[in-house]
Design a protein around this ligand. Structure first.
Ligand SMILES: [Zn+2]
Ligand SMILES: [Zn+2]
Length: 376
């Protein structure tokens, strides 16, 4: 891919200042706006190229990185990988999972120039076993996108937003006042244009002058193995569209994992209770323990006590972001006492007690309601 130099795209020198960059961008947008060049695919490509270049050069941080590293700085890991309007929406890549997500929207610092798009959060619920195996799911979402009618300008096709006269297109009004400390200059957001620097006289019918309209799209959500309840997956640059020339927000997919009827998770380990009988505990037995990966045989030694914990290594949750690491599965053994016995079983237990040296006279006959009857 042979990308043109951003300065070349805007037709300016590398020493161009903030105002010069802005001016050049405005002139280029006018010239190559798709509405002024109907049916001209190269104009549309140019329009995108211009906005991309402006998105970088109008942002002090990005510009500094671009000046140092060139286009390499705009690749993956550079500017969050593909965060600009005009980039393909199809190449969604899983870039980050993280905990402790602390809200968004409105949290982005105000800055001069075009406003970046808002972050968007959606929530999907998955089964416990999907968290074990990982999952790819198509999710339909409506996300604010650049309006197709006006290409994001907010102006009726054929018209253009005009520079705000109240602030000279700056979005801010500077006031110089004399105080006892001398002259003070304060900058406030322009009321006439609400800081955008632009006034739209003829609003676009497609978006009511917003430049953006909700658009349905299908997001391919890739849930990695081992994801925890409440974690987010971040898709950089897949949130709401920003103003023309500004990056899109991010999309956060919050994953809710339904609880499992058998397994409880703590960290990457799983915990469960396993019922065993008195005979199994006393004699020892081969028992079957359910795991997320299928049943496992386990040899219970003779004389196993209730409350004993059996740990199956590597049968817990996959550890996120690792190749083959897995936690353990711990099964706590629960001794089940039969609630009803037949006469043969009762007789065998009395014999067993006698063998143990217990006082058989003190044993009840094992029938339900026995004690109630005897009290009479
Ligand atoms: Zn529009
Ligand atoms: Zn203004």
């Amino acid at each position: 891919m042979n990308k043109r130099d951003y300065y070349e795209v805007l037709g300016i020198s590398k020493t161009a200042g903030e105002d010069e960059i802005k001016k050049a961008h405005r002139a280029m947008v006018k010239k190559y706006h798709p509405d002024n060049n109907p049916g001209d695919d190269t104009a549309e490509e140019k329009f995108k190229e211009i906005n991309e270049a402006y998105g970088v050069l109008s942002d002090a941080d990005k510009k500094a990185r671009y000046d140092q590293f060139g286009h390499a700085a705009t690749g993956a890991g550079g500017f969050n990988g593909g965060g600009f309007s005009g980039f393909g929406f199809d190449d969604i890549d899983l870039s980050d999972i993280f905990r402790g997500f602390a809200g968004f929207g409105g949290g982005q610092p105000r800055r001069r120039g075009p406003t970046p798009g808002n972050h968007v959060e959606i929530t999907i619920q998955i089964d416990f076993m999907d968290a074990v195996r990982g999952l790819t799911r198509d999710v339909d979402v409506a996300i604010k996108d650049t309006c197709e009618t006006c290409k994001g300008t907010g102006a009726k096709p054929g018209t253009f937003p005009e520079n705000c006269r109240g602030c000279n297109g700056q979005g801010q009004v500077r006031e110089r006042r004399q105080t006892i400390m001398g002259y003070m200059e304060t900058a406030t957001t322009c009321k006439a244009c609400r800081g955008s620097g632009k006034i739209i006289k003829d609003k676009c019918g497609g978006c009511g002058g917003q430049g953006k309209a909700a658009k349905n799209r299908t997001i391919v959500v890739k849930v990695p193995k081992g994801i925890e309840n409440g974690q987010h997956i971040r898709y950089s640059g897949q949130g709401e569209a920003g103003d023309v020339g500004a990056p899109r927000g991010d999309l956060f997919v919050r994953i809710l994992v339904a609880p499992h009827k058998l397994f409880a998770r703590r960290g990457n380990n799983l915990y469960m209770e396993k019922n065993i009988s008195f005979a199994q505990a006393a004699l020892g037995a081969e028992i079957t323990i359910e795991t997320p990966y299928g049943d496992e045989k386990y040899n219970l030694p003779a004389g196993t006590q209730p409350g004993t914990t059996v740990t199956l290594r590597g049968k817990g949750m996959p550890v996120p972001n690792t190749q083959n690491k897995t936690g353990d599965l711990s099964a706590t053994l629960n001794l089940v006492v039969p609630k009803s016995l037949n006469e043969a079983q009762r007789e065998l237990l009395r014999q067993f007690a006698a063998e143990e040296g217990e006082n058989v006279e003190n044993l009840s006959n094992g029938r339900k309601g026995f004690f109630g009857k005897r009290k009479k």
